[in-house]
Design a binder for this molecule. Structure first.
Ligand SMILES: [Zn+2]
Length: 124
Protein backbone atom coordinates (compact mmCIF):
# COMPACT_ATOMS: atom_id res chain seq x y z
CA UNK A 1 0.00 0.00 0.00
CA UNK A 2 2.83 2.35 0.91
CA UNK A 3 4.59 1.60 -2.37
CA UNK A 4 1.62 2.63 -4.54
CA UNK A 5 2.34 6.36 -4.71
CA UNK A 6 6.03 5.85 -5.39
CA UNK A 7 5.33 3.12 -7.94
CA UNK A 8 2.70 5.13 -9.80
CA UNK A 9 5.13 8.03 -10.02
CA UNK A 10 7.93 5.77 -11.27
CA UNK A 11 5.61 4.21 -13.84
CA UNK A 12 4.65 7.66 -15.14
CA UNK A 13 8.33 8.60 -15.48
CA UNK A 14 9.07 5.38 -17.40
CA UNK A 15 6.12 6.05 -19.76
CA UNK A 16 7.17 9.69 -20.18
CA UNK A 17 10.67 8.57 -21.21
CA UNK A 18 9.07 6.09 -23.62
CA UNK A 19 6.86 8.78 -25.17
CA UNK A 20 9.81 11.17 -25.47
CA UNK A 21 11.96 8.52 -27.15
CA UNK A 22 9.12 7.63 -29.55
CA UNK A 23 8.38 11.30 -30.24
CA UNK A 24 11.95 11.97 -31.31
CA UNK A 25 12.92 8.65 -32.88
CA UNK A 26 9.76 7.52 -34.73
CA UNK A 27 9.54 10.53 -37.12
CA UNK A 28 13.31 10.27 -37.67
CA UNK A 29 12.94 6.56 -38.47
CA UNK A 30 10.08 7.18 -40.93
CA UNK A 31 12.03 10.03 -42.52
CA UNK A 32 15.17 7.92 -42.99
CA UNK A 33 13.22 4.94 -44.41
CA UNK A 34 11.34 7.29 -46.76
CA UNK A 35 14.64 8.84 -47.84
CA UNK A 36 16.06 5.38 -48.47
CA UNK A 37 13.01 4.25 -50.48
CA UNK A 38 13.08 7.48 -52.50
CA UNK A 39 16.75 6.88 -53.21
CA UNK A 40 16.15 3.30 -54.34
CA UNK A 41 13.22 4.37 -56.55
CA UNK A 42 15.31 7.15 -58.04
CA UNK A 43 18.14 4.71 -58.75
CA UNK A 44 15.58 2.20 -60.10
CA UNK A 45 17.56 -0.49 -58.32
CA UNK A 46 14.76 -2.49 -56.67
CA UNK A 47 15.67 -6.15 -56.66
CA UNK A 48 19.36 -5.59 -57.16
CA UNK A 49 21.23 -5.74 -53.85
CA UNK A 50 23.24 -2.72 -52.86
CA UNK A 51 27.01 -3.09 -52.93
CA UNK A 52 28.61 -3.77 -49.55
CA UNK A 53 29.52 -0.33 -48.16
CA UNK A 54 26.17 1.13 -49.20
CA UNK A 55 23.84 -1.39 -47.57
CA UNK A 56 25.90 -1.26 -44.40
CA UNK A 57 25.70 2.53 -44.42
CA UNK A 58 21.93 2.43 -45.00
CA UNK A 59 21.49 -0.11 -42.22
CA UNK A 60 23.52 1.94 -39.73
CA UNK A 61 21.63 5.04 -40.81
CA UNK A 62 18.29 3.42 -39.88
CA UNK A 63 19.55 1.38 -36.90
CA UNK A 64 19.90 4.29 -34.46
CA UNK A 65 16.32 5.63 -34.66
CA UNK A 66 15.05 2.03 -35.01
CA UNK A 67 16.59 1.03 -31.68
CA UNK A 68 15.35 4.25 -30.06
CA UNK A 69 11.83 3.63 -31.38
CA UNK A 70 11.93 0.04 -30.10
CA UNK A 71 13.19 1.17 -26.68
CA UNK A 72 10.53 3.88 -26.53
CA UNK A 73 7.75 1.46 -27.46
CA UNK A 74 9.01 -1.02 -24.87
CA UNK A 75 9.07 1.59 -22.10
CA UNK A 76 5.63 2.86 -23.09
CA UNK A 77 3.83 -0.48 -23.47
CA UNK A 78 6.00 -3.04 -21.64
CA UNK A 79 7.51 -0.83 -18.96
CA UNK A 80 5.41 -2.39 -16.20
CA UNK A 81 7.82 -5.33 -16.05
CA UNK A 82 10.64 -2.88 -15.48
CA UNK A 83 8.64 -1.03 -12.81
CA UNK A 84 7.74 -4.28 -11.01
CA UNK A 85 11.38 -5.31 -11.15
CA UNK A 86 12.53 -1.98 -9.75
CA UNK A 87 9.76 -1.64 -7.15
CA UNK A 88 8.19 -4.97 -6.09
CA UNK A 89 4.70 -4.37 -4.76
CA UNK A 90 4.79 -7.18 -2.17
CA UNK A 91 7.08 -5.14 0.09
CA UNK A 92 6.37 -1.77 1.69
CA UNK A 93 8.39 1.19 0.47
CA UNK A 94 8.54 4.73 1.75
CA UNK A 95 6.22 6.86 -0.43
CA UNK A 96 8.67 9.76 -0.23
CA UNK A 97 12.12 8.28 -0.82
CA UNK A 98 11.42 4.64 -1.82
CA UNK A 99 13.34 3.20 1.14
CA UNK A 100 12.59 -0.48 1.85
CA UNK A 101 10.40 -0.54 4.98
CA UNK A 102 9.91 -4.32 5.22
CA UNK A 103 12.04 -4.50 8.40
CA UNK A 104 10.85 -1.17 9.76
CA UNK A 105 8.58 -1.20 12.82
CA UNK A 106 8.48 2.57 13.47
CA UNK A 107 5.85 4.96 12.22
CA UNK A 108 8.57 7.06 10.60
CA UNK A 109 10.81 6.25 7.66
CA UNK A 110 14.36 5.60 9.01
CA UNK A 111 15.82 7.05 5.81
CA UNK A 112 14.06 10.39 5.40
CA UNK A 113 11.99 10.60 8.61
CA UNK A 114 8.63 11.09 6.91
CA UNK A 115 5.58 10.03 8.97
CA UNK A 116 4.11 6.77 7.70
CA UNK A 117 0.56 5.50 7.69
CA UNK A 118 0.25 2.17 9.50
CA UNK A 119 -2.45 -0.34 10.37
CA UNK A 120 -3.61 1.53 13.48
CA UNK A 121 -4.54 4.62 11.50
CA UNK A 122 -3.47 6.71 8.55
CA UNK A 123 -1.72 10.01 9.04
CA UNK A 124 -0.09 12.47 6.71
ZN1 LIG B 1 11.61 7.79 3.33
Amino acid sequence: VLAVKHKTWFRLVVKAIGITLLGFAAPELVDRIATYIAYRVQQQSWGTPLPYPEWLGSLLHVLGPLLQTAAGAYLLFGGDWLVNKAIPSNRPYCPECGYDLSKNSNDRCPECGVALANESGARS
